[in-house]
Design a protein around this ligand. Structure first.
Ligand SMILES: Nc1ncnc2c1ncn2[C@@H]1O[C@H](COP(=O)(O)OP(=O)(O)OP(=O)(O)O)[C@@H](O)[C@H]1O
Ligand SMILES: [Mg+2]
Length: 250
């Protein structure tokens, strides 16, 4: 079964900003799939439609084999989402907050201690998350994302702003979560991260999927005799940059 199947999804925001145009995205169960694109390309909007926070104007979105909008509660119980740059409540410890989220999902309290261990937060469990450094805070958000044992986890820039060590720790966690059977959709602006983690990548630009495939397959798309071994960064720039406007009047 596919973990995610979005077909011909379009979304225009009130005010006329077209964020998604006939997007197809299929992710098989068990994959780590990358979604890469420039700022404003539509990545977060696409994730919002996949988790049921945004209703697309057109198209269908299935997650875990269910239409998301028609089965919102069931789907949201089976998935979770982690975003970079999230805010947190003051004066609440990591464990207290996770207990709160466990209640929301009807997860057993034993799950709280499990995710504290998985994310390396056990020693910090009784400290206030608001005072964590950004790397530890991001581990907390991953712990929160795991509380309901999601079958699909949507990670929207999970390592943004982290130092090298913290980013490596989060990437190791992503691999471990995936090895446990969780399908992952990852957005990131770090090409190295995408290449290290993702078997397949979709490139999105101005609301459209412009290319899709393994990092190696994507590189063959931009290979030239002068540049036989392009980097993923070069692939990204070549395929997502706007073509130069041609002035027809000359
Ligand atoms: N609530 C909203 N109302 C109006 N326009 C929006 C809204 N949310 C997003 N947009 C617009 O939709 C487009 C896609 O935005 P989105 O946040 O999905 O991009 P992104 O690929 O996640 O970018 P980034 O890499 O900066 O996170 C942008 O032009 C953005 O300004
Ligand atoms: Mg975004």
């Amino acid at each position: 079964m596919n973990a995610v199947a979005a077909r011909q999804v379009s979304k225009t925001f009130p005010g006329g900003q077209k964020a998604l145009a006939r997007v197809d995205l299929v992710i098989p169960e068990g994959a780590i799939h990358g979604l890469l694109g420039p700022n404003g390309a539509g990545k977060t909007t696409l994730i919002a439609t996949l988790v049921g926070l945004t209703v697309p104007d057109e198209g269908t979105v299935e997650v875990c084999g269910l239409d998301v909008q028609r089965n919102l509660h069931r789907v949201q119980g089976m998935i979770n989402m982690v975003r970079g740059f999230s805010g947190v409540l003051e004066k609440v410890t990591a464990r207290e907050l996770l207990i709160y989220y466990a209640h929301l999902y009807n997860a057993p309290l034993s799950r709280v201690d499990e995710v504290l261990h998985t994310t390396g937060l056990w020693e910090r469990r009784d400290r206030e998350v608001a005072h964590f450094s950004s790397g530890w805070r991001q581990r907390f958000f991953i712990a929160k994302g795991l509380i309901n044992r999601p079958r699909v986890l949507f990670l929207d820039e999970p390592t943004v702003g982290l130092d090298v060590d913290a980013a490596l720790a989060v990437r190791d966690m992503i691999r471990a979560i995936n090895a446990d059977g969780c399908t992952i959709l990852l957005t990131t602006h770090y090409m190295r991260e995408a290449e290290d983690l993702c078997a397949n990548i979709s490139l999105i630009a101005e609301g459209r999927i412009v290319a899709e495939g393994s990092p190696e397959a994507l590189k063959t798309l931009v290979r030239t005799p002068e540049r036989m071994d392009p980097t993923l960064e070069e692939v990204f720039l070549t395929l997502t940059r706007k073509p130069l406007e041609v002035d027809d009047e000359d």
